[in-house]
Structure formats: structure tokens, C-alpha cells
Design a protein around this ligand. Structure first.
Ligand code: HEC
Length: 261
């Protein structure tokens, strides 16, 4: 309880102090001698981080919803075509964020966010296009599930930009997704059933001179094929099911944006 409260309050405190402490924090970073980030910059970065998380999650959901097509039991696996993927991605993102990426000029969001969102759409579409070329999936290895899509997109986006994206959970299936201490604290808050839905947690970390944001993920019916009941029984990817229920928190997307790129 206490720790949840602390996290709910933390963003407010962080932004309240960012105005005066930002300078010192940004300077703490090895080669960033510039004066600190003003409050509006911090708020813009938070918006950018939140929108990137929504876009990555929207892509995961498109893959999740298309699994009947992309995860067929037989030999001739048919994966969603990039153009259909993009259309669904932009539609879902629009309905969730109110921002139409087809008309980015008009969107009232920071210029930096526009550039990064555009880049994330390009990378997502590339990953979908490449997955289609991987062959007909009759062989071994994991199918093109939301987590694989998300991990590939996150890795490439992180390589191409200064922004780190990662999927994480308290008890990750893939050890590479294990949370660091900041992520763990946020995940513990999200795991409390009374935690407000979709409420992000963000903070400035002095050591890295970054804004960090955690965006909670929730299960839809399709996620439960693998992450639902019966708990402990292997799903079709060979992992034991977690026994999650519909709408329950299933982890988070973690975003790290340097205050000075
Ligand atoms: C076809 C089975 C399947 C479906 C459907 C599925 N997942 Fe997963 N999920 C997995 C597997 C397998 C991994 C681990 C992938 C890896 O090895 O990187 C995973 C990983 C994750 C992770 C990263 C943390 C970890 O455990 O490594 C999150 C978060 C997650 N899934 C949430 C979801 C959500 C939310 C949905 C629905 C939108 C969903 N998954 C749908 C099988 C599935």
C-alpha cells in the first residue's frame, strides 16, 4: 500500500523538482555540460515515451489479433501482410491515443515525438515484412507472437535511435526481459489489482540523465491462450502458463529517453 502510494505520488514530485534539479541532474551525466532540462522539456519527453509505448503495444495487439492467420497449425503459415498490419496499427493507435499518424503535421505533439513515432512505424512494418520472408514456419523456433514482434522491434528501434524500448514482467519467460530495480518497483505497483488502469509511472534518473517510463500491459482473451489457465500447463510455445485472468496486468513496456539526446 505504502509503496503504491509512493509511486503514484512520485511522478508529481519528480516533475515538481525537475524544474530546479534538472540542471544538476543533466550535468551529472558525463558529457552533457548543457544546463538542465526545463519542466516543459521533461513533460514533452514523458508524452513522447508514453506515445511510443502505446504504439509498440498497439503493434503487439495487431500481431495478437492476427494469430489465427499467422499461427496456423499446418505447414502453410500465412502471416499478416505489412500493408494490412500498418493500417490496423495506425487505426488502433489513433483510437487509443487520439493521434492520427496519417496526418502527423496536424498532431499537437512534440516534434521529437513525431520523428520517433514515424521511425517506430517504419521499424514495426519492417519486422512484419521480414517475418513473412522467414519461410512457412513448419520448423522449429517460436512463432511470430506478440512478444517476438515486440522484442525485435524494440531491439532495432533501440539500435537506430537514442531511445530504449523493452518488454518486461515480474516473472519473465525470457530472462532477457527480466526487470531492473526501477522496472521491478513499477511492476509491483501494476500488479496490485486496485492500481489505476493504464496509469504510467515515470521518473527522472539522475545517474543516467534519462526519463524512464513504465507502461502497463493487460491481457486480452487471445493472450490467455498462452498466459492464462490452466496454470502450470504448457502452452503451444512450450512455456508453462501463468494462470492470468482476463484484463489482468501482464507486465509492462519500459521506455528510457535521455534528457539530452
Ligand atoms: C502464442 C502464445 C502467446 C500469446 C498469444 C501471448 N504471449 Fe506473451 N509471451 C509468450 C512467450 C513464448 C513469451 C516469451 C518470448 C521470448 O522467449 O522472448 C512471451 C513473453 C511476454 C512478455 C515479456 C515478458 C516475458 O515473459 O518474457 C509479456 C509482457 C507478454 N508476453 C505479455 C503478453 C500479452 C499482454 C499478450 C496478449 C496481448 C501475450 N503476451 C500473448 C507467449 C505468448
Amino acid at each position: 500500500m505504502t509503496s503504491r502510494l509512493r509511486w503514484v505520488i512520485a511522478p508529481v514530485l519528480v516533475f515538481a523538482i525537475a524544474g530546479w534539479a534538472g540542471s544538476e541532474r543533466a550535468c551529472a551525466k558525463d558529457h552533457q555540460p548543457e544546463s538542465g532540462a526545463p519542466l516543459h522539456t521533461i513533460l514533452e519527453l514523458e508524452t513522447t515515451a508514453r506515445l511510443l509505448a502505446i504504439l509498440l503495444d498497439s503493434g503487439r495487439n495487431v500481431i495478437n489479433e492476427n494469430q489465427d492467420v499467422s499461427d496456423d497449425r499446418g505447414k502453410s503459415e500465412q502471416r499478416v501482410i505489412p500493408e494490412v498490419f500498418e493500417r490496423q496499427l495506425l487505426d488502433i493507435f489513433h483510437s487509443r491515443s487520439g493521434i492520427d499518424l496519417r496526418d502527423l503535421e496536424a498532431a499537437k505533439i512534440p516534434a521529437g515525438a513525431k520523428k520517433l513515432l514515424k521511425e517506430l512505424v517504419v521499424v514495426s512494418k519492417q519486422v512484419v515484412a521480414e517475418a513473412r520472408l522467414e519461410g512457412n514456419g513448419s520448423g522449429s523456433g517460436l512463432k511470430f507472437i506478440p512478444a517476438i514482434f515486440g522484442a525485435r522491434v524494440a531491439t532495432r528501434f533501440t539500435e537506430q535511435t537514442h531511445v530504449r524500448l523493452k518488454q518486461t514482467a515480474l516473472a519473465p519467460r525470457n530472462p532477457l526481459n527480466a526487470p531492473d530495480p526501477v522496472e521491478r518497483t513499477a511492476l509491483e505497483a501494476f500488479a496490485d489489482p486496485s492500481y489505476p488502469r493504464e496509469k504510467v509511472i515515470s521518473e527522472i534518473t539522475a545517474k543516467s540523465g534519462s526519463l524512464r517510463l513504465m507502461f502497463p500491459l493487460y491481457t486480452t482473451r487471445k493472450c490467455l491462450d498462452c498466459h492464462g489457465d490452466p496454470q502450470g500447463e504448457l502452452d503451444r510455445t512450450g512455456y508453462p502458463r501463468e494462470g492470468l485472468s482476463l484484463g489482468q496486468n501482464a507486465g509492462a513496456i519500459s521506455v528510457v529517453i535521455p534528457i539530452r539526446p
